[in-house]
Design a protein around this ligand. Structure first.
Ligand code: BDR
Ligand code: CA
Length: 303
């Protein structure tokens, strides 16, 4: 069993990472923490709670940073509808977030763990950076970060910047310079990790949660010729099946300002002091087969 913390901003693709992490028998999801990003932190927290409630999971949800470290949360056209999760976030919410905020709760979870833990990040890295700043003693308790973010080629916020890093580049810079092992699933590998239309049609048959998730992908995910891009899912897929992926180690630095704000620049030389393992390719058939097996238990959850 791998104990993990998932810090996220759901988000349609975050919802897939959450569902996979909740259902996987080899993963013990000890905490979901939320951050502002796709939408406000109030919304991302609610969205996470709706998912946990629907899946009848016993995972605490802690609400975190309402804005990036040094900036305002930039308002832009929401990618996944006003709510951040399409029509998903409707109906009664009978569970609520923890009293403690995300940074305190992440710290406590790490301290309580007998082993160093993996932290998966699928939103801006604001909570994670605050954790390192407020609790410099915590580093040995973090085994690694598995993060959605960055790009070696084109961006989705500008020609060079990916959203999670663009949103809070100061936080990303802190994390990239932390010395803690980092794996990133960026835009490059996400574009190759397409979830096929047929896979999504199968998912729609997996009970009411499967149907809702499948609808979200259809309505909101980036559609390519051969399937949907589901960025954040690659973090959990890699955690469970690193053999699906190819990677390369780079020294990467974050650009914080100007037109290159949010760029994750890779040094292509052979330097040995690399700080990021970047996922570069994936066997998408294996990924699709895995996702179907992973989410099939949703069929057993009744409304
Ligand atoms: C990332 O930005 C968010 O909108 C998605 O949820 C994903 O984490 C993709 O750039
Ligand atoms: Ca996200």
């Amino acid at each position: 069993e791998k104990h993990i913390i998932l810090d996220c901003d759901p988000g349609v693709d975050d919802a897939f990472a959450i569902a996979a992490a909740i259902l996987d028998p080899a993963i013990k999801l000890d905490l979901i923490s939320t951050v502002a990003g796709n939408v406000s932190v109030d919304r991302t927290t609610k969205n996470a709670l709706y998912l946990v409630q629907d899946m009848k999971a016993k995972v605490p949800v802690a609400s975190g940073a309402a804005r990036p470290l040094l900036r305002e949360l930039e308002s832009y056209e929401p990618w996944f509808g006003e709510s951040g999760l399409g029509d998903y976030a409707n109906g009664d919410l009978v569970i609520s977030e923890t009293d403690e905020n995300a940074v305190a709760k992440i710290y406590e979870t790490l301290i309580d763990s007998s082993q160093p833990m993996t932290i998966v990040g699928t939103g801006a890295y604001t909570n994670l950076a605050l954790l390192l700043v407020e609790h410099p003693d915590i580093k040995p308790k973090i085994k690694e970060f598995i993060l959605m973010g960055g790009t070696l080629s084109q961006g989705n916020m500008s020609s060079v910047a990916e959203f999670n890093i663009y949103c809070d580049p100061e936080a990303a810079d802190l994390i990239y310079r932390s010395g803690i092992p980092i794996v990133t699933a960026g835009i490059d590998v996400s574009q190759k990790a397409l979830i096929k239309f047929q896979t999504n049609d199968q998912l729609a048959g997996f009970g009411f949660v499967g149907d809702k998730l499948a609808t979200l992908l259809k309505d909101y995910a980036e559609r390519q010729e051969n399937g949907f891009i589901v960025y954040d899912l690659n973090t959990i897929a890699y955690l469970r099946h690193p053999e699906f992926y190819k990677s390369r180690n780079y020294y990467m630095a974050i650009q914080k300002d100007g037109p290159a704000r949010g760029a994750s620049v890779a040094d292509l030389s052979d330097r040995k002091d690399t700080n990021v393992k970047v996922l570069t390719d994936v066997d998408s058939q294996q990924l699709n087969d895995w996702l179907i097996k992973e989410l099939a238990p949703l069929s057993k959850i009744s409304e």
